[in-house]
Design a protein around this ligand. Structure first.
Ligand code: MG
Length: 226
């Protein structure tokens, strides 16, 4: 029977980015990138050539280049240790973004599966969640999947675990790469403007719906759909 109390966009699962979407942490991404480039330099690689990648991309590419060596050095392990240290430090002062806990609680009460899909490391996320208890059914960090966002694999793995078809999943995030991953996965893309409130924040990868913040999600869902 058709349930008229629910909008046409009734999703089986909601996937959420963590940083800048559900919580605020003072992660110094620029500083982390500098540390990883510095490490690459110490391993004899050209940091200028690696600079165009994002942090995880630098590790990927550096590892690829180093694999050719007769004895591949422990670059990834060392880079991961440095990132984990920075992320754990930031996680220890994590704060809820207004309305995040309420939104997740209500979605779950309505029968939606809630997943957190983040490029952060598991140790850092667990520390953040001990400060900000975000209700969720699934957590997929970068340690849990082979390919992270913007690769759709990160999101599709969550959908698989929920046994939800991608078209019945919504991805909520504050970064264009969240929207890029959602599109590539065939999911509905909801952007939140927490990180960058400018009109062209999602210029490179426009969402299906743009909200000021996570606190506006429930209001949007209860609004009559056009
Ligand atoms: Mg984010």
């Amino acid at each position: 029977m058709h349930d008229t109390s629910r909008p046409p966009h009734s999703f089986q699962a909601f996937l959420f980015d963590l940083d800048g979407t559900l919580i605020r942490t003072p992660i110094d991404f620029a500083g982390m990138k500098r540390s990883v480039l510095d490490l690459a330099r110490r391993y004899g690689l050209d940091p200028d050539a690696l600079n165009r990648y994002d942090i995880l991309g630098i590790i990927e590419e550096a590892e690829r280049q180093l694999e050719a060596a007769p004895l591949p050095p422990p670059f990834r392990a060392e880079a991961e240790r440095e990132l984990t240290r920075c992320e754990q430090e930031a996680a220890s002062v994590a704060e809820e973004l207004p309305g995040a806990i309420e939104a997740l609680t209500v979605l779950r009460a309505r029968g939606c599966a809630v997943g957190i899909v983040t490029r952060n490391c598991r140790a850092g996320v667990e520390r953040a969640l001990s400060r900000v208890p975000l209700p969720h059914d699934l957590l997929l960090t970068r340690n849990d999947v082979r390919r992270t966002k913007p690769d759709p694999e990160h999101l599709l793995e969550a959908a698989r675990r929920f046994e939800a078809p991608p078209e019945r999943c919504a991805m909520v995030g504050d970064h264009p790469m969240d929207m890029q991953a959602a599109r590539a996965a065939g999911m509905f893309a909801i952007g939140v403007q927490t990180r960058d409130p400018s009109p062209d924040a999602f210029h490179s990868s426009p969402p299906d719906v743009l909200l000021p913040g996570i606190g506006d999600l429930l209001t949007w869902m209860s609004a009559p759909s056009s």
